[in-house]
Design a protein around this ligand. Structure first.
Ligand code: SF4
Length: 307
């Protein structure tokens, strides 16, 4: 490992011999938290675009490199992962999912596919489809990204996640034989969560058969219920300071099993949409300070877990 943590870029170099880049897609899905099946309001922090602000509108068309809005000019054909990011990307009729997934798996620009979804939207038909596609495209890389955010019941109720922890465990059980890289999203800085509570989420995930994690700083976004609540009563919220976030992240890294790939260590909000914290925009500074602090405290990933 060339860094003190197992980064996604290191994982890609080790696994594929090169760096891979995600191309975020918005396949115009919806979500049971939005269409009324569970709720109509969405998770309290979720933007109107279903957390797919930077995603390209996609309906199965042939994507050329020139279509990617990202500045990944150094990437070549086959250096990309099609990332179904916006909303819940297994929440559609199976035939539609098969068509969308197949269109990127057939595209030589993409080495693989990453599907962001919810554990309660991974029914047997979706699992069977993933199994079928895994067999049909043995050389492609498959990832599923699950929005867990927290293991704490009060927090999950507050954010209106809409499913219980047992559902996550059942989903992990279904996925474990598929040889799919499972990434779990965790939010750091949820209201009323202490550092210890966040670490409890990490320790819980250490015991699950996951392959990757995204540690995301909570962003208070415009036009979300959380952003509105914050604007109305700022004094009731504790927004993490830069120093607090760095301390929490490096402690999470220290606690995290060393084979879990870290896909993200910061937030990913659109500058115009973020109300707080404003310091989060300087991603370079956040990442550099995390690296510096890891070195200063002599932390490597899993140091506390292995001890
Ligand atoms: S499950 Fe995802 S897409 Fe649905 S409301 Fe929550 S964050 Fe948004």
């Amino acid at each position: 490992m060339d860094e003190r943590y197992y980064s996604f870029s290191y994982f890609c170099k080790k696994t594929f011999g090169r760096k891979l880049y995600r191309v975020a897609l918005d396949a115009h899905m919806t979500c049971p938290n939005r269409d009324g099946k569970i709720d109509t309001r969405g998770c309290i922090f979720c933007s109107k675009k279903g957390s797919g602000e930077f995603a390209i509108s996609f309906d199965g068309q042939q994507l050329e490199k020139s279509d990617f809005i990202y500045n990944h000019d150094d990437g070549k054909e086959g250096d990309y992962i099609a990332y179904f990011q916006a909303y819940t990307n297994t929440y559609a009729p199976i035939e539609r999912l098969r068509r969308l997934y197949t269109s990127v798996l057939d595209n030589p620009n993409f080495q693989g596919i990453s599907i962001a979804t919810r554990p309660d939207c991974m029914d047997d038909a979706v699992i069977a489809l993933l199994k079928e596609l895994k067999e049909k495209y043995p050389n492609k890389f498959f990832m599923v990204e699950l929005g867990l955010q927290t293991i704490h019941k009060d927090s999950s109720t507050y954010i209106r996640r809409g499913y219980e922890l047992e559902i996550f465990e059942e989903c992990m059980d279904k996925l474990k034989d598929l040889d799919i890289h499972v990434v779990v999203h965790v939010i750091l800085g949820l209201p009323n969560e202490s550092k210890e509570m966040m670490l409890e989420t990490i320790r819980y995930l250490n015991k699950q058969p996951i392959h990757g994690i995204k540690l995301q700083l909570l962003h208070y976004l415009k036009d979300t219920d959380l952003g509105d609540a914050y604007n109305q009563k700022k004094e009731e919220f504790h927004v993490l300071s830069f120093e607090e976030y760095i301390d929490i992240v490096v402690t999470c890294i220290q606690e995290l099993r060393s084979d879990i790939v870290i896909h993200r260590l910061s937030g990913d909000g659109k500058k115009d949409d973020v109300i707080a914290p404003q310091w989060a925009f300087d991603k370079k500074k956040v990442l550099n300070t995390i690296r510096h602090t890891l070195k200063e405290r002599d932390i490597v990933q899993g140091k506390a877990y292995e001890a």
